[in-house]
Each structure stands twice: as C-alpha cells, then as structure tokens.
Design a protein around this ligand. Structure first.
Ligand SMILES: [Zn+2]
Ligand SMILES: [Zn+2]
Length: 249
C-alpha cells in the first residue's frame, strides 16, 4: 500500500497551505481517501480523478474531516451528465448533515453513495476497511485499512480520538499507526478528546506497531517536540507527516 498525505491540518491553523485531514491510500487498482477536510478537495486531482475513487471513509462529523464532500458533491453533480457517484462510508448522520448545510433534502444522495461505516470490516476493491468507535464525538471512528488478500501490514488511522487505548484493538503487530497528535508533546487538557505524543507512543509500544506517523498538530504546537515526546515512549520510527508526504507502507 502507499499513503499520500493530502491534508494534515486540524480545525484551524496559521500554517500556510494547510488543509483539513485527507489521506489517500492506494493498493494495486484500489484507491481510498481517509477523510476530506477543508481545502483538500483540489489536492485530489494531481493523483486521481475524484470520480475514480473507490471510496471515501469519513472518521467523524467535524468539518476538518468531512466538509470538502460538498465540493466533491458539486463536482460529481455538475461536471457529469448524468451525475457520477462515489461511495462514502461514514457516521450514520453524514447524509443529513450535508443536506442541512444546503437545506435541501437529498442533496448528498444525488452524488454520494452513503453507507454507515459501523464497526467491523467492509470490502472496498482490493482493500479491507475496518472501523472501530473511539472517544471523540458521539460517532467517531478509527479505521484500519489493509490489503484484502491479507498480505502485508495495515494502516491504522486514529481519526480524532480522546483515548489511545480505544484504537488498540485495531492495531496488528507491524502496522503503521497514523495518529492525531493535536496537543503535540502534551499534555492534553482535562476533558478534551484528543491525543498527544506520549499517548501515541505508548499505544505504538503496547500494540507493537511497526511505525508511527503523526498528524493533525494544532496551531502553535512544536512538531519536533511532538515527535520527541512520542519517541520517548516508543523505539520504532516516528515522523510528523505533512501535505505531500508520500510513504510506502
Ligand atoms: Zn480534527
Ligand atoms: Zn474532531
């Protein structure tokens, strides 16, 4: 599998060129997006025509993770006759939330083939997508993506998550862990449902992850300190990823 980071941003930031969460995973003939946050839609085009995506997986209904489904919907609706459709796996209320933005019932369904992600595995082409509910919003998922053939390690994406241990059941030894590290080196303020470097490092160690990729760093947080705080808890490779990062998994 290959991972291309299209957007690594949190909800807001002053980092020039930053856009909302969006990670493209490809394996043989199959291409899947994990999240489609603000500003990331145009970044799909250099890699693949959006209508050719096999699926988009939405971790939860915060705009930095799903709001660019709106330009995707318009693109599919207005650039093709008849409209094209793309499969979208996400929280139960995703369609209603998109419809509410335009106050048009059926707005999303015109171009998006919406399915509840749920827990457990779903087949998407040559990939398996496995969701697991995590602490963040009422319905937030971490996701494992792996070759459906069972060959090779998988990629576990945290989405946004307030308890690292919620993600642990998804991680198989050797997997790559792509984890939000909103609060950098930490600590995470009490009652806030996000992760920091030490919690991600601890998760990677306890699950025998093969590699850690950190993302979703809040404005003003130090990336080097975040990596160092994770390295203090985990002996494997750790790096911060940014838009344009391309990784072989
Ligand atoms: Zn977020
Ligand atoms: Zn969130």
């Amino acid at each position: 599998m290959q991972l291309t980071v299209l957007g690594a941003g949190p909800a807001y930031t002053d980092r020039e060129g930053a856009s909302g969460a969006c990670y493209l995973v490809s394996h043989r003939t199959t291409t899947v997006l994990l999240d489609l946050g603000q500003g990331s839609f145009p970044r799909i085009f250099p890699l693949i025509r959006p209508e050719a995506l096999d699926a988009i997986v939405v971790s939860h209904l915060h705009p930095d993770h799903f709001i660019d489904l709106v330009p995707l919907r318009h693109y599919l609706r207005y650039e093709f006759e008849p409209p094209r459709r793309v499969r979208v796996l996400g929280p139960t209320d995703l369609g209603a939330r998109l419809d509410d933005l335009h106050a048009i019932p059926g707005f999303a369904a015109e171009a998006l083939q919406l399915e509840t992600l749920g827990e457990g595995s779903k087949r998407v082409g040559e990939l398996l997508v496995e969701g697991r509910l995590v602490t963040h919003t009422d319905e937030s998922y971490a996701v494992r993506v792996s070759p459906a053939s069972g060959d090779g390690p998988g990629l576990v994406y945290s989405g946004d998550c307030g308890r690292a241990e919620d993600i642990a059941p998804l991680v198989r030894p050797g997997d790559t862990l792509l984890a939000e590290v909103s609060f950098g080196a930490g600590p995470v303020p009490r009652g806030v449902a996000h992760l920091d470097g030490p919690s991600v490092g601890g998760l990677a160690t306890s699950t025998q992850a093969g590699r850690v990729l950190l993302t979703h760093l809040l404005m003003g947080r130090d990336a080097e300190a975040a990596v160092a705080s994770c390295v203090a808890e985990y002996t494997g490779p750790v790096e911060m990823v940014w838009p344009g990062s391309l990784l072989d998994l």
